[in-house]
Design a protein around this ligand. Structure first.
Ligand SMILES: [Cu+2]
Length: 227
């Protein structure tokens, strides 16, 4: 019975076309790379520990022959101590350096941006989004973006904490009242992508869905200039 309930959940969830890890921007690819990298490092550690665990269990198991042996007392082992100090340091540096670099880059913190970038003010409120372009054009349900051009989102909230999430463009980013978070993406493929609020913000939270449509540049410019 339980398994049936679980399977039906799978069936329902598979109906979402909010596919993650299907990047359509450099930002999303970089973030996917970080997920795979940390997963890879984690699997390496899990594997080494599991193999050592099995090896030691077999090697030092009790047998007829060694039943009454008293193990020799060890006074530390410099080689081993160096290995288990240095190895985690190397792994953590391997994780930290790309994480900090990519996080800074996609958060548009002090990064020199090209003058041609499109800036969009994104405001979250209970229960809708407002996307405001530089010429004052505003939309709510549809975010329109140009292909192959840098887009910088300036995100802020009018009330509670929301979270801006278009999985194919980038990972979730918090939208906070009284503060501006920034996110940089360059859409690489035209298409319509699903977006939503990813932080429960009240009764109509689920209404904060929207579509992000990526258009060719001329088409985008025409859309931007029309009333
Ligand atoms: Cu919300």
């Amino acid at each position: 019975m339980k398994i049936l309930v679980l399977l039906s959940f799978l069936f329902i969830l598979s109906g979402c076309n909010l596919r993650v890890l299907d990047p359509k921007t450099q930002t999303a690819s970089d973030q996917a790379f970080l997920i795979y990298l940390s997963f890879g490092i984690m699997m390496f550690v899990v594997l080494v520990v599991a193999l050592l665990f099995i090896a030691f269990t077999v090697k030092y198991r009790e047998t007829e022959k060694n039943r009454h042996d008293v193990p020799k007392h060890e006074e530390g082992n410099r080689t081993l101590e160096i290995i288990w100090t240095v190895l985690p340091i190397i792994l953590l540096i391997g994780l930290a350096v790309p994480t900090v670099m990519i996080t800074y880059d996609v958060s548009y913190i002090g990064a020199s941006s090209d003058d041609n970038a499109v800036h969009v003010n994104v405001t979250g409120e209970q229960f809708r989004w407002t996307f405001e372009y530089e010429n004052g054009k505003e939309t709510h349900k549809k975010l329109v973006l140009p292909e192959d051009r840098e887009v910088i989102f300036h995100l802020t909230s009018k009330d509670v904490i929301h979270s801006f999430w278009v999985p194919k463009l980038a990972g979730k980013i918090d939208v906070l009242p009284g503060e501006e978070n920034r996110l940089k993406v360059t859409p690489e493929e035209t298409g319509t992508y699903q977006g939503k609020c990813a932080e429960y913000c009240g009764t109509l939270h689920a209404d904060m869905r929207f579509e992000a449509e990526v258009m060719e540049q001329e088409e985008f410019q025409a859309w931007l200039n029309e009333e």
